[in-house]
Write a protein that binds this ligand. Structure first.
Ligand SMILES: Cc1cc2nc3c(=O)[nH]c(=O)nc-3n(C[C@H](O)[C@H](O)[C@H](O)COP(=O)(O)OP(=O)(O)OC[C@H]3O[C@@H](n4cnc5c(N)ncnc54)[C@H](O)[C@@H]3O)c2cc1C
Length: 467
């Protein structure tokens, strides 16, 4: 426990708000995206600036308080929140500084991709972020960052130029290819293990108006549609980043009656390039079937960034499993469709991203700490339900589905899609980069102060820094 007088000292030293249990705003502040996460921190420090972040780290160390770092609270395992300790809450740090001439943007860690791309749209630019707009820039970039421009410009972390961060000692550092280069290597994939990033500098890209949307098929025609999609992707230009999305259409979506509240097999994405070329490239996909609905259209990139947000609203219960696939084989397609037909929750969404065959896998494997770039398709089962009473049935369905899919998995998972923080999962996510990361962790955080995350255990014995 932290005594009230110690919390008062913290309050006096921060510009941001400090909340402890019982105070107004505390209950709301401890809610994050996934309703499964119900933790009760002793104190939530809502940092206003870098000085607050430094003060929080020093406070936690001095008072031997466990701390977690909260970006925007999207991590499905809830790493941003801890029980009984201190939450270093970055959600109020929302600064964005775009430099349209240099095509760069400096971004604070409480910003979401929707907010960043809203700002950049004014300059006809866009940043390579996630597939939804509500996810945070911080956690997403430090773990990887797969989104609607992954095949054209790679992951979010491939577009990172530099960062500022506060280390486990409360020291302020910058890292880039030219400064603290090994740390910069580890930050691009190693998540929140090495410090609290207070500023991200990104390369951004021309985007303006793009063609984006979905074609929708009823589940009964899903198999043919996915077989067609697999062939289509073999020659699809890398301007196009597409995913398969299985979902049940909410009643309020303006869709034909046959699709409303029915399970849907959709294929959707964004073409980042001239709209005329996009229309040509998309023609076969939009004609096949034909689909029961086609909602591809011209839109600002900022709208494309948020077009899938409705599928994952805040405050529902979530349980995720994910793995890269060896290939998008007939067997994988059949198993996915069979299990989706039996899902206990109409809120559940299954995604297969086509990330590879472009900028994502052109980046040399060792260039960043991101785990795996040699698999093209990535499966994410995002089981989502509304009522706590349905938890067991949904988790059981997810686990059975998982067992059935195992023959199709590559031995590779994306760290940000891990639904649980098992050592095995984290090692699988980093593969043969784990030892180099453990040595870096021993250098920058030898006592494992930053442990509420996809944790890499410090291990100086594995010292291969610079390898
Ligand atoms: C609905 C939904 C959609 C998603 N879509 C995508 C997607 O399209 N593409 C994709 O790649 N991922 C996606 N994700 C996964 C997402 O990348 C991770 O959940 C990520 O952790 C979210 O970032 P955050 O800042 O909100 O994390 P938080 O939950 O706030 O924090 C999680 C952890 O990240 C670390 N962290 C966060 N910010 C910082 C910082 N500034 N400095 C140091 N460490 C930090 C900390 O260890 C922290 O505990 C999605 C998640 C959800 C729930």
């Amino acid at each position: 426990m932290i005594s009230p007088s110690v919390i008062e000292n913290l309050r006096a030293s921060l510009r941001g708000q400090v909340l402890s249990p019982g105070e107004q705003g505390y209950e709301e502040a401890r809610k994050i995206h996934n309703a499964m996460i119900d933790r009760h921190p002793a104190v939530i420090a809502r940092c206003a600036d870098v000085a607050d972040v430094i003060a929080c780290v020093k406070f936690a160390r001095e008072h031997k308080v466990a701390a977690s770092v909260l970006g925007t609270g999207h991590n499905v395992a809830g790493f941003g929140l801890c029980d009984d300790g201190m939450v270093i809450d970055l959600r109020a740090m929302k600064g964005i500084h775009a430099n349209p001439k240099a095509r760069t943007a400096r971004v604070e860690p409480g910003v979401t991709w929707g907010e960043l791309n809203h700002d950049l749209q004014a300059f006809g630019l866009a940043a390579t972020g996630g597939f939804v707009g509500t996810t945070g820039v911080g956690g997403l970039t430090l773990g990887g960052g797969l989104g609607w421009m992954v095949r054209k410009y790679g992951c979010a972390l491939d577009n990172l130029i530099s960062v500022d961060l506060v280390t486990a000692d409360g020291e302020f550092l910058s890292a880039s290819a030219n400064e603290n280069a090994e740390l910069f290597w580890g930050l691009r994939g190693g998540g929140g293990n090495f410090g609290i990033v207070t500023s991200f500098e990104f390369q951004v890209h021309p985007a303006g108006t793009v063609m984006a949307g979905l074609v929708l098929h009823p589940l009964s025609k899903g198999r043919d549609a996915l077989h067609f999609w697999r062939e289509y992707e073999k020659t699809a230009a890398e301007e196009m980043s597409n995913s398969m999305v299985l979902f049940t259409a909410p009643g309020e979506l303006p869709l034909p009656d046959a699709l409303r509240r029915e399970p849907i097999v959709s294929i959707g994405g964004v073409y980042v390039g001239p709209v005329m070329e996009a229309e040509k490239a998309l023609k076969p996909l939009r004609e096949f079937g034909p689909p029961a609905a086609d909602i591809y259209q011209r839109m600002p990139y900022s709208a494309a960034q948020s077009m899938a947000d409705f599928l994952w609203p805040k405050g529902f219960y979530s349980y995720w499993k994910s793995s890269f696939l060896k290939s998008f084989s007939d067997g994988a397609i059949d198993t996915i469709l069979d299990f989706y037909a039996k899902t206990p929750s109409p809120r559940t969404v299954i995604v297969v991203e086509h990330d590879g065959d472009g900028a994502f896998d052109r980046v040399p494997a060792g260039a960043t700490a991101f785990g795996h770039r040699n698999w093209q398709y990535n499966l994410v089962v995002t089981t989502v339900w509304e009522n706590a009473a349905d938890t067991e049935a949904n988790i059981q369905w997810t686990r059975e589905f998982w067992e059935a899919m195992k023959p199709f998995f590559a031995d590779a998972v994306y760290v940000n899609y891990l639904g649980e923080a098992t050592d095995e999962g984290i090692r699988t996510a980093y593969g043969n980069k784990y030892d180099r990361l453990a040595a870096l962790k021993a250098k920058y955080d030898p006592t494992n102060f930053f442990c509420h995350n996809q944790n890499i255990k410090p291990n100086p014995a594995t010292n291969s820094i610079g390898a």
